[in-house]
Design a protein around this ligand. Structure first.
Ligand code: 3PG
Ligand code: MG
Length: 400
């Protein structure tokens, strides 16, 4: 059982640090998908109503331990204020004089956002004592800690892990809802249990495939990671994304899938283009015949149809990772068609992942059409994989 906000007792007048994941996609300073900000609202509203003085801490992007304008959380503050219906203060540093002044100036029920945690080297340091030292500076700003940045609970970072050891701590509403929804998929999924995986980085997905080869009934693979599978089957993939170092592992997965009776479904056709750009001419080719001067950009229409058939009768579906370069309109159809089939599937449907969740909303699908849309990419995968997540275990009732 995770510790809940109730366990923190009376919060009126108390300074509560809330770790959120406000790492939203930005185009300059324009937020292109505010899903993660909206996901932070249940906890924030609850604390505001309880009269707490709320200091929100978050990262944005991957700055390297020093301030960088393009990673400032400033653009997020206005949107958060609009959604909360109240002014939100902003501190231009995380633990320095600005943060201290802003937090000291909060009245009961007011909210502030502190600047990007990752502008401080201690946040992501590999050295535990450096992380602890930074967490101590954070802890000095609060009387209690609520961990609600689900997207980052798989990271052993100062604001996710060490901070929870220093203050009375609890899991926020988002973390509780995410864990509950994702455990429904892993613990005893209704069958057929179908998993759809995509996205560019195959290395991030190997663990989950490994674990799902013992659990899922079907695994459908699209997106950038599919080309490594196709290459492992002996096909040429042209200029497509390829992770040569993973070919052996992937071959072993293909064999194990067959042995375990898990159906691994790969693309049968591919949308290719001569270069990676929005207006590159798109052609559909069989997946086994990608020309050497072309690169795969999306799954083709036959694959979309095939995936649709494999999803239609599923009782449980977990989807992580886009099927193609959905940011470019001519290569968004595969992702859009999976989003569409999933939205109509009668079973328990979970969209996991920063990118696939954003894709669903950017492509215009209503969130209510899915059972659960996760705010975490890596975090939801690691949870499905059955890993121990540092930011979750530290919130267990029997942890320190
Ligand atoms: C994400 O977008 O995946 C989360 O915000 C975590 O960010 P990270 O992968 O940079 O740790
Ligand atoms: Mg990530």
């Amino acid at each position: 059982m995770l510790k809940t906000i109730d366990s923190l007792g009376e919060l009126r007048g108390k300074r509560v640090l809330v770790r959120a994941d406000l790492n939203v996609p930005l185009d300059g300073t324009t937020i292109t998908d505010d899903g993660r900000i909206r996901a932070a609202l249940p906890t924030l509203t609850r604390l505001v109503e309880a009269g707490a003085r709320v200091a929100v801490i978050s990262h944005l992007g991957r700055p390297k331990g020093a301030p960088e304008d393009k990673y400032s959380l400033k653009p997020v503050v206005g949107r958060l204020g609009e959604l909360l219906g109240q002014d939100v203060a902003f501190a231009t540093d995380t633990v320095g004089s600005s943060a201290q002044e802003v937090v000291a100036g909060l009245e009961d029920g007011q909210v502030a956002v502190l600047e990007n945690l990752r502008f401080n080297p201690g946040e992501t340091s590999k050295d535990e004592s450096e992380r602890l030292a930074f967490a101590e500076q954070l802890a000095a700003l609060g009387d209690a800690f609520v961990s609600d940045g689900f997207g980052v609970v798989h990271r052993k970072q100062a604001s996710v892990y060490e901070l929870a050891t220093l203050l009375p701590s609890a899991a926020g509403e988002l973390v509780l809802r995410e864990v509950e929804s994702l455990r429904k998929v892993t613990d005893s999924p209704e069958r057929p249990f179908v998993v759809v995986l995509g996205g560019a980085k195959i290395a991030d997905k190997l663990g989950v495939i490994d674990s799902l080869l013992g659990k899922a009934d079907r695994i459908l693979i699209g997106g950038g990671m599919a080309y490594t599978f196709q290459k492992a089957q002996g096909y040429e993939v042209g200029k497509s994304l390829l992770d040569e170092s993973k070919l052996d592992v992937v071959r072993e997965y293909l064999e194990r899938g067959e042995k375990n009776g898990v159906e691994l479904v790969l693309p049968v056709d591919t949308v290719v283009a001569p270069e990676f750009s929005a207006d590159a001419p798109a052609t559909v080719v069989p997946s086994s015949e990608i020309p050497s001067d072309q690169e795969g950009m999306d799954i083709g229409p036959e694959t979309a149809k095939l995936f649709g058939e494999k999803i239609a009768d599923a009782a449980t579906v977990f989807w992580n990772g886009p099927m193609g370069v959905f940011e470019f309109e001519s290569f968004a159809k595969g992702t859009s068609s999976v989003a569409d089939v999933l939205s109509k599937a009668p079973g328990y449907t979970v969209v996991g992942g920063g990118d696939s969740a954003a894709a669903v909303r950017i492509l215009g699908f209503d969130e209510s059409l899915y059972s659960h849309i996760s705010t975490g990419g890596g975090a939801s995968l690691e949870l499905i994989e059955g890993k121990d997540l540092p930011g979750i275990s530290i919130l267990e009732e029997d942890s320190k």
